[in-house]
Design a protein around this ligand. Structure first.
Ligand code: ATP
Ligand code: LTN
Length: 334
């Protein structure tokens, strides 16, 4: 508990550009959580290093992600928005926890298997111990809840296992976190293959709408979206393409799927796709404008980074000190 509130922790890797899926499935739903929880949102830049980055691009991308968090509506006075790499306790606790994590457990992680297959030329130890760093992120803040997508559930499970194992040896050191299933965010699928999720690392850029795509690109991508046979605009398992577009239209306009189906009854696929593009544009335009405005406010953003890094470090170091003491590491003389 911090300020009588339960703690909630999450974040995104600073790899690739965010998609409509990241926004509708995660970011957009984060903005009101601080009313009920003490929220920490990390820019997970250390995790990004498991894949080779171009330093200049990476530096910019990580900072832009933090700005995007704010542009999307996360109030930096009420949410702790910070860089993982600015709080050294993450890397330290990660090492300590790695001595309480078994090779066999890490070997079972499906993300490791997937990423190892994808980056066969760079299967580094960081990719293997990725979940330990993630456990450190969460446990440092004594988080009660972690909002994550389906693909991260296994990592949350191992975090719980590590916390329970540590607690059973040393007493109640860590809060054992639970997944957060709040208002479920939409699951957005690729426009080119609606059986796969829209992903920022998809090689086919036409499958994903990026948050910073310009208007023409959004229209073009929507028009090219793969649709199903038939000509009816209806939600259903047999119509994954149209269902995905209906879902996107629904979340962007705040309408239910039924309302959307009614609205487009008798309308052709072409006109429907244009309407979807327009809905996406009206939602993204204010976000893009706010993002562009904030990017120019260098001093303001620097101030936020400084204040929130400090806040995060305060809580993280408190846990780290406790862990070191429990482990029997020699304390520094005061
Ligand atoms: P990558 O392609 O690099 O694996 P990603 O686009 O799949 O990235 P993540 O960084 O794994 O995204 O996830 C960030 C957040 O966005 C997570 O909370 C995840 O659940 C959410 N998210 C990602 N893609 C979608 C999607 N298509 N629909 C809904 N939510 C999504
Ligand atoms: N692995 C997550 C990003 C991430 C994270 C975390 C999420 C790193 N550390 C701690 C929640 C809590 C991802 O790829 N989405």
């Amino acid at each position: 508990m911090i300020n009588d509130k339960k703690v909630l922790y999450s974040g995104m890797q600073a790899t690739g550009n965010l998609t409509l899926g990241n926004y509708l499935g995660a970011l957009k739903n984060w903005v009101t959580l601080n009313e009920e929880y003490e929220c920490f949102w990390g820019v997970m830049d250390l995790h990004s290093l498991t894949v080779r980055q171009v330093p200049a691009d990476f530096r910019k991308r990580a900072r832009n992600l933090l700005v995007l968090y704010i542009a999307a509506g996360l109030n930096p006075e009420k949410n702790c928005i910070y860089f993982q790499s600015h709080v050294s306790a993450h890397a330290e606790l990660s090492w300590l926890l790695s001595c309480y994590t078994y090779m066999g457990e890490l070997n079972r992680m499906t993300q490791f298997k997937d990423k190892a297959a994808k980056h066969a030329d760079n299967i580094n130890a960081g990719l293997f111990t990725y979940p330990v760093l993630m456990a450190a992120d969460i446990l440092l803040y004594q988080a009660d809840f972690v909002p994550v997508g389906k693909d991260q559930k296994q990592h949350l499970e191992i975090t719980r296992d590590i916390a329970e194992r540590f607690n059973s040896i040393y007493g109640e050191v860590f809060t054992v976190p639970e997944p957060y299933f709040g208002k479920t965010g939409a699951n957005i699928m690729s426009l080119q293959d609606p059986t796969r999720k829209m992903s920022k690392s998809d090689e086919n850029v036409n499958g994903s709408i990026f948050l910073m795509d310009d208007m023409d690109t959004i229209v073009r991508k929507c028009k090219r979206a793969v649709t199903d046979s038939g000509n009816e605009i209806r939600y259903g398992e047999d119509k994954p393409g149209i269902s995905n577009l209906l879902e996107i239209y629904g979340v962007c306009t705040g309408k239910s799927i039924e309302e959307a189906e009614k609205e487009f009854s008798g309308v052709g696929y072409g006109d429907f796709k244009v309407a979807v593009a327009e809905a996406v544009i009206s939602m993204l335009k204010p976000l893009q404008e706010e993002y562009a405005r904030l990017l120019k406010e260098k001093d303001y953003i620097d101030g936020i980074i400084k204040a929130n890094d400090e806040k995060a470090a305060y809580f993280a170091n408190k846990t780290l000190r406790k862990v070191k003491k429990k482990l029997g590491l020699t304390e520094k003389p005061r």
